[in-house]
Design a protein around this ligand. Sequence first.
Ligand SMILES: [Zn+2]
Length: 58
Amino acid sequence: MGLLSRLFNEKCPQCQKTLETNKSNIYKGIIIKSCPNLHYQKEYHPALELYVESGKVS
Ligand SMILES: [Zn+2]
């Protein structure tokens, strides 16, 4: 629970939809979470404990 459940329950800052993880690349060890409406995307690199955020901000 705790950290992991928070990682997988984040929402788009714009439309509040739950981010989807279906673009994750397990083989590269990257978890990609994105808004279904493409407002926002976040990459998580577990090996590096690093987040890369990107979003279309008006
Ligand atoms: Zn959105």
